[in-house]
Design a protein around this ligand. Sequence first.
Ligand code: PRP
Ligand code: MG
Length: 170
Amino acid sequence: MDLKTHIRSIPDFPKPGILFYDISTLLRDADAWQVAMTRMADIIRDYKPDYLAGLESRGFLFAAPLALKLGCGFVMLRKPGKLPGNVVGLDYTLEYRTDRIEAQADAVPPGARVVVVDDLLATGGTLSAGIRLLRQLGAEVPAAVTLIELSFLSGRDLIDVPFASLLQYD
Ligand code: PRP
Ligand code: MG
């Protein structure tokens, strides 16, 4: 199955000049979503993760079902102020703004193998922040995986672990 036929591209969203790759059309097609999950699971399984970490919010849509499929725990890396209890945060810089992600301090035991999952790699800022935050928690990050990679932005250069994507766009 050509999964790209299930990704809709929408010009000028969220800003003029940006071509937005919309995963809604993939998620609403049961067969396409299933195929995407199976292919991502096949990649991730080889890294023998104990946990999958998903990046809020679209990353949750992939990381949670993949964790269930692989028999792993699922960990949320969230936008600021959403998680209760003891929280560890990391500020990171995107092209024009600073952002922050947070995790619960006890999210994973020290030395746990955690694969990071998101829907899309663009500049790589979000995913690389996720990797760094997990390391702050004492996790080992053997790999990072996304459904979509905007190859022309070279975001994978920021990712210092093995990285794989299912669909690349130039
Ligand atoms: C999008 C996308 C990735 C990130 C990729 O998330 O879901 O998480 O941007 O961009 P980067 O590689 O340049 O960091 P967004 O912040 O738009 O929020 P959402 O997931 O909550 O929709
Ligand atoms: Mg996101």
